[in-house]
Design a protein around this ligand. Structure first.
Ligand code: MG
Length: 249
């Protein structure tokens, strides 16, 4: 084989391997798992996923709880006391996890912990949530393993300010261009596949600014291939093993 061709192939394989898989709400679509469960985090780690994402809310009495929706079992997390939620179970039988349990579980694993702070209904409550999340991550010695994502513009700024310098914080909401976010010191865009298909130029724009690009929730092979072809850095998916197969092809 000619040296130039070998170099090109090497470069292509390096570019391909730079694309990373993030399990959306953990790896839940598999036996014994459930969305945002401890098990889903262990499962994500077991398949070698680069990262595993989960969602965080804070109760009225300051407990950080892992759940996607604003409510669980008919109880609104933000306005509830922890005692109203602590005995609730997930679909796989686990108790509704706290952030502390999730992080302690993650500490025993290798996968990166992608913490999504949900937008809370008051600025004060959300700021308190951000403070507590960052403090807990520090207390558990996980600062180098955690990245933050949020739909909340103010929450993004709060996390950026509170977390140690260099901690990746990504914005999810989709309306700001990479250059607008770059001025805020955000690590990159973490936008939906719908938004990214409307603004594919944002991928190159972000990369030119030294920012990363994450796309969610990429479940169809068509969308996975689109992300792979466009060279996005992180692909967040409910079908991580299928994505791993595509990345290895
Ligand atoms: Mg999420």
């Amino acid at each position: 084989m000619r040296p130039l061709l070998i170099l090109l192939l090497l470069a292509a394989s390096v570019a391909a391997s730079a694309q990373e898989v993030i399990c959306h709400r953990g790896y839940w679509d598999t036996d014994g798992s459930a969305q945002n469960s401890l098990r889903s985090l262990v499962k994500a780690d077991s398949i070698g996923a680069w990262g595993s994402e989960f969602d965080v809310w804070m109760t009225a009495d300051g407990m950080l709880v892992v759940n996607h929706d604003a409510s669980y079992g008919g109880v609104t997390i933000e306005t509830a006391k922890w005692k109203q939620l602590k005995d609730m179970r997930l679909k796989n039988g686990e108790l509704l996890p706290t952030l502390e349990q999730m992080l302690k579980c993650g500490k025993m694993l290798k996968t990166r912990l992608i913490v999504e702070m949900k937008p809370h209904s008051s600025r004060e409550h959300e700021l308190e949530a951000a403070r507590k999340i960052v403090k807990l991550v520090r207390h558990l010695g996980l600062e180098a393993r955690v990245e933050y994502i949020t739909f909340s513009y103010q929450g993004m700024k709060n996390l950026k300010e509170l977390a140690p310098a260099g901690t990746p914080v990504y914005y999810l909401n989709g309306e700001l261009s990479p250059s607008q976010l770059n001025e805020l010191g955000v690590a990159g865009i973490d936008y939906s596949i719908r938004v990214m298909r409307e603004h594919p130029q944002w991928i190159d724009e972000a990369h030119a600014l030294g920012m990363k690009v994450n796309v969610w929730t990429v479940n169809s092979e068509r969308d996975m291939q689109w992300c792979i072809n466009y060279g996005v850095d992180f692909i967040t998916t409910n079908a991580p093993e299928r994505l791993q197969q595509l990345l290895n092809e």
